[in-house]
Design a protein around this ligand. Sequence first.
Ligand SMILES: *Cc1c(COP(=O)(O)O)cnc(C)c1O
Length: 222
Amino acid sequence: MSIAENIHRIENELAGTAARLVVVTKTHPVEKLREAYDAGARRFGENRPQEMAAKQPQLPNDVEWHLIGQLQTNKVKLLAPFVHTIQSIDSLRLLREIDKHAATHHRVINGLLQFHIAREETKSGLTLPEAEEMLHSEEFRQMRHVRLTGVMGVATFTSDEAQLRQEFRQLRGHFEHLKGAFFADEPAFCELSMGMSGDYPLAVAEGSTLVRVGSAIFGSRG
Ligand SMILES: *Cc1c(COP(=O)(O)O)cnc(C)c1O
């Protein structure tokens, strides 16, 4: 199936649910991104700041760019002029850097706190106590150019549905806890980014608002 057909099929599956599609375009050339754009996609996810910064000027301005990979603080400046949401926030240090560079550009950048939910040791992300410590800090409370809009997580690479559901529920639990404790008056804190090509239908059933789908649209990344 073509890129357009895949996007339309997934959009149809998401219709009537809370979930919206982030098309994960990492490693794919700009022509493929244009195909996705022409099929109606407006949210693109990349995991490398340099790659995203190189592609962004070659696409129309109404694309929402989401960074979904680990971000080193010295790369924030590449993204600060245009990035919509940084989905992979895992430290106060990173928040500080985003706030600083967003201020330079008179912007507010959205961020999701990335949680460690997978069984694999290698997948990065915060624990709930680490996130709470950041949110309690006076420094975070003073930030005016970064706005936390929710949470993100990457589940274990497995076909075990019970395991996946448990991990998605855990992330949802973190989201609801933080919403009640820190963001009760902030409707903007509303995103639950979970679900990829192999597991997005389950994530949607567990309340995902953003699914990040690459290979189910473009085929596998060689
Ligand atoms: C690559 C990636 C995705 C998309 O993965 P697919 O299996 O190709 O859909 C989603 N989220 C993150 C964080 C990724 O790095």
